[in-house]
Write a protein that binds this ligand. Sequence first.
Ligand code: ZN
Length: 436
Amino acid sequence: MSLLLKNGQVYYKDELQNLDILIEDNQIKKVEKNISDGANEVKDCTGLTIFPGFIDTHVHFREPGHPKKETLESGSRAAVLGGITGIFEMPNTSPITDNKEMLEDKLTRAKDNMHCNYAFYFGATNENSDKLGFLKGFDGCCGVKMFVGSSTGDLLVKDDFYIEQVIKNSPRIVSIHSEDEDMLLARKNIIEEGNVKSHYKWRSVECAVSSTKKLIAFANKHMKNIHILHITTKNEVDYLRDNKTDFATFETTPQHLTLYAPDIYDQLNTFAQINPPIRTKDHRDGIWKGVDDDLISIIGSDHSPHTKEEKKQPYPKSPSGMPGTQTIGLIMTDYFLKGKITLKKLVDLLCVNPCKIFGIKNRGALKAGNVADLTIYKLNEKFTIKDEWIESKCGWTPFNGTTVDVTPYGTIINGKTTVWNQELIEKGFGKPYSFN
Ligand SMILES: [Zn+2]
């Protein structure tokens, strides 16, 4: 099977160029001007912009355990309709993914069922902190996830001894939810029933900062790579700026770059409740500086769906989390179109850096020999994000009503036209990522 994409604006060598792309089976064969080779199928891409496949490195698809919130099928459908070609899925499902059998169970569930590519995180626990060796070279596993502060689900490694063990023993990158559990517990009296604005006061800046400092110290001590997820404070960014290290990378989310307290809690109430929390504007601006200064390398959505009924409960009964995998590509591309980030930074954050930092094989650029994963958008065409457009089973988005300057169009996964003209066409062709 061959597919020729003609007349598109293609992201090539850090800029948009008028080029054609020839795909054979699952591979990019050529990226050149005026390709005239006969192909089984030719698609005219006039007016379309083609990026190397965007990857969402942080999603919770709730399978097994909570199929009413999300499944691997529904979550991956949301992803591809937003232009995402692959995801890393988190282990705080039910049961948790903390042993080889559960990891294999997820890979079996994903096979022929997920529309985008995928890899699953292995969940660290005290018990498995000295049994991580088997993860070396494990296809379909992107790394170890460690919660050092409790969030949704039962995964938690809170004691320094075990935190250090996990970092020291993991043969793969350790991605971390960084909030200090003891501080969170000690501050529980700050939680005010019925007042979601107490959420970010309880889960304070200091809870995140003290944890992140400690984690970086462990990574440096053992010369092991850690990746700190959803950075939410300017203080953590400043700390990394002043304490450069080869062993820690930072990630943040579109919602932490966009929304801020207290306004967002007035607008969305408990629907704005996530962990770590949406904080005040100075922190939002501080993490933007982290993006500007290349201290933050990846944007992941932390897609964490809960149903509207669950979210409507009074705080703190309301669960933390919001969806995001369908909107991450559009929100970030809109930031490029508005001049907030460069074109190169957009692609670095959503594709190049995830491939580099996690070692995803044969992806990260549109070039001959790479797997044909493509994100295709119409730039400078307005699109209003609405709850009704959301494919996630939760059926809502914090960006409901937001108009962006980019419209999703197509998603090509492993050479298969998975989405075209916003319609899901080829289903279940996602594959597990392999890693260096
Ligand atoms: Zn998460």
